[in-house]
Ligand binder design. Structure first.
Ligand SMILES: [Ca+2]
Length: 244
């Protein structure tokens, strides 16, 4: 099958295997910038000479570190937030050209996410004040969003090391600003949930050893044992006999 990312063919993948191996990672894109992306899987109908069919089978797509934009239905806004989109000239560098802002002390924006960490993405600028950001109702961290010139998509807060699961992050407007700031606005562009990467490349060499015999004509019934990983610095010898 052929895989495209944002309209550009990235790779052709041969899904053939002598036995069925579930939940295989067959393609991983290069890191992509914030924003909306499209992945397309196309069945080519082609097969290698050992394969008995030309099926393309999809189990799942997985988004690593998913972005929750400020327009997401999963964000709860309390107070007097204004939501701006591409019709406003100052959103030019925002993710998806949207941002949500307030200058009223006590206003909050919260979202629940799954993962092991969270980033808060905001623009900084001359009229930006001080936000308080907390995770799971814990102690708040004060974050000064002031900058002399507007800077888009800044990672103004990052929390890592959470237990893998469901958490809540809250951004609160304090109404405070530093003396150089013209206003105490807090402007939210997006959240980025950080996940434990299930496909983290491992160091060392993976060697799959199966004591069973694979019969090509019984491909669906074959069994492959769990992989054995050799740790870096250790060695082992395996004899492999290849049968045409
Ligand atoms: Ca946005």
């Amino acid at each position: 099958m052929k895989i495209s990312v944002d309209g550009v063919v990235a790779r052709s993948v041969d899904l053939y295997g002598p036995g069925k191996s579930p939940a295989q990672l067959v393609f991983r894109s290069a890191p992509l910038p914030y924003g909306r992306h499209t992945i397309k899987v196309e069945c080519t109908g082609e097969k290698n000479k050992w394969a008995k069919g030309g099926y393309a089978v999809i189990d799942a797509f997985r988004v690593i570190d998913p972005v929750i934009d400020d327009t997401s239905q999963w964000i709860a806004y309390h107070g007097t937030w204004t939501h701006a989109d591409a019709s406003e000239p100052w959103t030019g560098g925002d993710l998806n050209r949207t941002e949500s802002f307030s200058r009223t002390a006590g206003d909050t924006a919260s979202t629940t996410f799954r993962g092991t960490g969270i980033r808060v993405i905001c623009p900084r600028g001359p009229n930006q004040g001080i936000a308080e950001i907390s995770v799971d109702g814990g102690p708040a961290v004060r974050v000064d969003l002031y900058a002399g010139t507007k800077q888009y998509q800044q990672k103004v807060y990052e929390r890592t090391g959470l237990t893998d699961g469901e958490h809540t992050v809250t951004v609160k407007v304090t109404g405070d600003r530093n003396t150089a700031a013209m206003d105490p606005y807090v402007t939210l562009d997006a959240f980025e949930a950080l996940e434990a990467d299930p496909y983290e490349p491992t160091s060392g060499v993976d060697l799959i050893v199966s004591a069973r015999i694979n019969y090509p004509d019984l491909a669906w019934g074959n069994h492959t044992d769990s992989p054995i990983t050799l740790e870096p610095g250790r060695s082992a010898t395996a004899r492999i006999r290849l049968l045409a």
